[in-house]
Design a protein around this ligand. Sequence first.
Ligand code: CS2
Length: 478
Amino acid sequence: MLTEAGLPAETTTLPRLTRATPAPAVRQVHLGLGAFFRAHGAIWTQEADPDWGIIGVSLMSPTMRDALSPQGGCYSALELGARGETLREISIITDVLNARANPEAVLVAMAQESVEIVSLTVTEKGYCHDPSTRALNLNHPDIAHDIANPQPRSAIGYLVRGYQRRMQAGLPAFTAMSCDNLPENGQVLEGVTLALAKLIDPALADWIAQNAAFPSTMVDRIVPATKPEDIARVAATLGRYDAAPVIHEPFRQWVIEDHFCGQRPDYAAVGIQIVKDVKAYEHMKLRMLNGTHSALAYLGYLAGHETISATVADPIFARFVKGLWADEIIPVLQAPEGTSLPDYADALFERYSNPAIAHRTWQIAMDGSQKLPQRILSTLAEATSPCPRLTLTVAAWIRYVGGVDEAGAPIDVRDPMAERLRTILDAAQTPEDKVGAILRVREIFSQEMAQALTGPVTRAYSELLARGARAAMAEIAG
Ligand code: CS2
């Protein structure tokens, strides 16, 4: 028998996971308490300093608070690798807040004197900026709200109001550390934070500019969304019911710019790379990992593959992704010192092939309008020869956001621009018109980029319509 949440009844009747050790004192607030941070930053912080307590905040949904609060913030992390599995308990999260339900509690947490760092994993769209220009989007409803209201909605609003409280209380600023997949994520965060602060109080913007720090980071670990069967599996191993475990691969990397305005855990002691400049790491990861992830997600979804591991087990996709690295991405990428890009590509292929990690193409396909610029278009902008695979990826994304798959079934497109993109596509008749109209969406494609892509993407899109994803790829993969 299954419960409402799709769990076997024997899972939920087990004793609940609870906190066994006293909660550490709070030193950090994390905005965006999804699976990724809990499987990456939280685990690594606990290793660096088990006394560095973190308050986790979900900005919108109360689900995480409801799952973790009865467990005192504790949860299990299940690592699934080629060499078996490891289950660990993570107890660094001291409390979980839902910002929608209690914005004041979040601001109070951020204004605690002991808080040194506010970290973020709020996804690309959480920065409320235009992906192509990186400027704060003043038309964003949450930003419009946050300008006028002291109790914010957006992560950026929380940062600004958190700083405001600290300024008013005469406390030092905290470091704001973005852990999202955006290039120069520290600069982006600083830019949108200062832009919003300026609109609220120019003196506050000056105070933030002088006192705060926004290090850039590169974060990496493949963490699929937790599914009901994962919860059942963890419960069976643990002998307890954990409502919010995380599943992750063995690999992890975290590169942080050495730019903090206060204290931090001893990150370097546990293998976190503290460097002067993160840029080369960010570009490598965004283009080589996330770029090919998105390519495999759109093309794989269209071809009927449910997960990344199933996708790369398909020989046409395997050839395609290897060619994408070797012929299109690596030639225009600068390697971080001491890193071999071909070795990095081989390691990625291994990671994608891990059959124990069921990472859905549909999950990665989300929010493409926010991901394409840094993952795909950045390489295209620097290309010196034709890039048929990246071009096909852009066409596949257009096909995907059209909302109907190759078998004629509807696609559940999740993207802040989904409605607008669908309307544009439905209104145009021919492939030329459809591609042309999408390439005119300036938040995603610059005019220059649109001009360069119009011909090749139209051809690739027509090919996808006529022959389907696998055949179109086979042509290129040879
Ligand atoms: C993925 C990333 O969902 C996505 O868009 O590409 O979450 C990816 O798994 C991580 O960045 C890996 O570090």
